[in-house]
Design a protein around this ligand. Structure first.
Ligand SMILES: Nc1ncnc2c1ncn2[C@@H]1O[C@H](COP(=O)(O)OS(=O)(=O)O)[C@@H](OP(=O)(O)O)[C@H]1O
Ligand SMILES: Nc1ncnc2c1ncn2[C@@H]1O[C@H](COP(=O)(O)OP(=O)(O)O)[C@@H](O)[C@H]1O
Length: 409
């Protein structure tokens, strides 16, 4: 009997899964084996010689027990079971195998426009088709019209909607359709961009062909101009030992920002987090990581909308701090890691809450710095040792770079 495995793939894998299931990645029917992925990289073909431009792979952590013959239910982050992957091979971190659809999630912006290649081909019938794949607005509509007229072809716009920018690309396609004429078809394709431009282009051609294209035009690459720093979201994330001064400096920073009044501030105080958002969590590694991920999630949501979030947990693990940085940068905001590096000796001397004495006496287990690890950041954007400076000076050591960097006016 096979084990009932479940897994939530990452965003790129989920997008690829949707294209495998819809037939947009024809002739692929599942995730590639390590051998196929290497063959694609080296020769632009699968091991059986079928032309294919880009690896379409799926990874599981090494400690996941799935083996050939097992069936893995793939779920979206909200828990909907999307497909079953039957494992045919597992090597070099890649899990290969065909996928079968279970359910089509009917949510998300522009879900009604996520039409399958078969549906679009049926609607287009025998006509020649000029497909335009887009990752941003089209600035060449006259050219598109001229080519379509010359070929006597129908126009099919394929907005490649992936990630944060996805809905904006679809809106650009609908705007282009308004100008090109109502008979222009639009199908949303969740194709994640590939790093190498030539491979990305080839993959777009394959997908366009699956949708019935006889001619393919790649729209221009979007120009992304980040807004000025004072309009961008920002997370100021303090990390350091208990008693190092995180909360004191974070509160001082919050107050200084509120006095200036130029930005909205979300303050995720450590104690408030532990009483509400993370109530019931312990200080085990798993619970500390969960606590930090929750803080990161809330901070990233505030920053997504251009807000400034200040967080001040111990956050002892480098990998978890990295995850938060990625979460924040993933929503297009900036992340500033402030290491409050006051040495243990000074933190223990202060022992504001008497916790170090209790930890030394063995009354508090897993106490950071005493009986639990603190991984010193190697990627801090700022470092402050509060041993022999005033609170006001410490606050200015954070505030000044924020002003100089243009985040605060
Ligand atoms: N075992 C153990 N280790 C470290 N700290 C402990 C522990 N038990 C309780 N406390 C108190 O909890 C505060 C740290 O909570 P955090 O949420 O910031 O920790 S973590 O980031 O999840 O590691 C920390 O507060 P601060 O002094 O403000 O840092 C301590 O007062
Ligand atoms: N320059 C300074 N910056 C921050 N805190 C300082 C400074 N000098 C002394 N302290 C004292 O150190 C203690 C730091 O405690 P706290 O801010 O709660 O640390 P943490 O949040 O890192 O546990 C406070 O009692 C604070 O008054």
């Amino acid at each position: 009997m096979t084990a009932p495995f479940e897994w939530t793939p990452d965003a790129r894998e989920l997008a690829d899964l949707e294209l495998l299931l819809s037939g947009a990645f024809h002739p692929l029917e599942g995730f590639l084996s390590s051998a196929d992925a290497h063959s694609v990289d080296e020769h632009g073909t699968l091991t059986d010689g079928t032309p294919w431009p880009a690896p379409v792979t799926f990874a599981l952590p090494d400690d996941h027990p799935a083996a050939p013959g097992d069936r893995i239910t793939l779920r979206d982050p909200e828990g909907a079971a999307l497909a079953v992957l039957t494992v045919t091979g597992r090597q070099d971190g890649f899990v290969a195998g065909p996928v079968e659809a279970l359910d089509t999630p009917e949510h998300g912006p522009f879900a009604r426009l996520r039409r399958s290649p078969a549906e679009i081909r049926k609607e287009l019938g025998e006509r020649d088709v000029l497909a335009v794949t887009m990752r941003g607005p089209l600035d060449n509509l006259d050219e598109v019209t001229a080519i379509a007229e010359e070929l006597d072809a129908a126009i099919l716009l394929l907005p490649l909607a992936f990630g944060e920018a996805g809905p904006a690309v679809v809106r650009a396609a609908l705007k282009a359709r308004d100008r090109l004429g109502e008979d222009t078809l639009v199908a949303v394709v969740p194709l994640a961009p590939r790093e190498e431009a030539s491979i990305d282009l080839e993959l777009r051609e394959h997908v366009a062909e699956a949708y019935g294209a006889t001619e393919h035009l790649a729209g221009p690459e979007p120009v992304t101009l980040p807004g000025p720093p004072h309009r961008r979201g920002l997370v100021v994330f303090f990390t350091g030992l208990s008693g190092s001064g995180k909360s004191t400096v974070a509160r001082g920073l919050r107050d200084a920002l509120l006095e200036r009044g130029s930005r909205t501030v979300t303050y995720l105080d450590g104690d408030v987090v532990r009483h509400l958002l993370s109530a019931g969590l312990t200080f085990s590694k798993e619970d500390r990581d969960l606590n930090i991920r929750r803080i990161g999630f809330v901070a990233a949501e505030a920053a997504r909308h251009g807000g400034l979030a200040i967080c001040a947990p111990i956050a002892p693990y480098a990998a978890t701090r990295d995850e938060v940085r990625a979460m924040v940068e993933g929503v297009g905001a900036d992340f500033l890691l402030v290491h409050v590096s006051t040495p243990l000796q000074e933190c223990e001397r202060r022992d504001r809450k008497g916790l170090y004495a209790k930890a030394r006496a063995g009354l508090i287990p897993e106490f950071t710095g005493i009986s639990d690890p603190y991984e010193e950041p190697e990627d801090a954007d700022l470092e402050i040792d509060t041993t022999s400076i005033s609170v006001d000076q410490a606050v200015h050591q954070v505030l000044n770079p924020l002003i100089q960097g243009g985040w605060i006016r």
